[in-house]
Write a protein that binds this ligand. Structure first.
Ligand code: ADP
Length: 249
């Protein structure tokens, strides 16, 4: 089977300052289907960020095969959300979200409408003219998600996007992301340290082994797609998160 995105035998070696070679990834195989949410979990240093950077096209120096059904256009078809939202402090929320469109000289009404729709989708319409320093951490991360979606990318890559938020804000953002997925059906790859986050948000969870990283198991999350806060109380939820935790150990 080949997917929307297929990785076969992906291997990455870094050469450090003293010419020391670090094999970060070795033999990574996975197929990702369109519209799917896949969480990537694994111990620190197992190569999760490296893998996302390759998928984003930011790192092309690797061995193995990375193929798409539709080759993404660089800087356009891939949305990236990092742990730190990195908004430009001198631009309003709206102008941060539209930044990429401006860089592409997209001044179309469609582009402007998309920005408004996205601000609405992430619940920031009322704050469109506010500046990043006037927003809470959760709101800033919502703005970063809207910015990543502004090009209407074919995939959204998220590198521990909720890692810096407090627990209550994180839970809210989880529900926001589920809502965003409901209305956009974007393919999402989410790197996380949290087995609960992976369980709550993903269709499948790929568990990586420690360095050199490879994907040692991929599990279907045994929950219906229709998730809400009560999902966390289901016995199946705790069982599955427990299984993931065991695999990480
Ligand atoms: P993770 O995101 O899972 O924590 P990373 O992808 O950041 O892991 O890193 C994987 C491994 O590659 C780590 O051992 C890290 O030290 C090494 N590494 C990452 N970037 C570089 C680099 N630019 N040069 C040398 N080694 C690196």
């Amino acid at each position: 089977m080949t997917g929307f995105l297929s990785l076969r035998g992906v291997r990455k070696t870094y050469v450090g300052a003293n010419r020391q070679r670090v094999v970060a990834l070795d033999g990574v195989d996975i197929d990702i289907a369109e519209g799917e949410v896949v969480a990537l979990i694994g111990p620190s240093g197992c190569g999760k960020s490296t893998l996302l950077r390759m998928i984003a096209g930011l790192d092309t120096d690797f061995q193995g095969e990375l193929s798409w059904t539709r080759q993404p256009r660089p800087g356009k078809d891939i949305g990236f959300v990092f742990q730190e939202p990195a908004l430009l402090p001198w631009r309003s929320v709206e102008r941060n979200v539209s930044l990429g469109l401006e860089a592409q000289r997209d001044r179309s009404a469609e582009g402007r409408n998309r920005v408004r729709t996205l601000l609405d989708l992430v619940g920031l319409s009322e704050f469109s003219q506010s500046f990043p320093k006037e927003l809470s951490g959760g709101m800033r991360q919502r703005a970063a998600i809207a910015r990543a979606l502004a090009y209407d990318p074919q995939i959204l890559l998220m590198d521990e996007p909720f890692g810096a938020l407090d627990a209550i804000t994180r839970d809210r953002l989880h529900d926001d992301l589920l809502r965003i997925w409901e209305s956009t059906r974007k393919t999402i790859i989410l790197v996380t340290h949290s087995v609960e986050e992976a369980t709550y948000l993903a269709d499948r969870v790929a568990v990586m082994s420690s360095r050199p990283g490879r994907i040692k198991a991929v599990h279907e999350v045994p929950l219906s797609r229709d998730r809400n806060p009560t999902t966390r109380q289901l016995p199946r939820f705790a069982e599955f998160a427990g299984l993931l935790r065991q695999e990480l150990e």
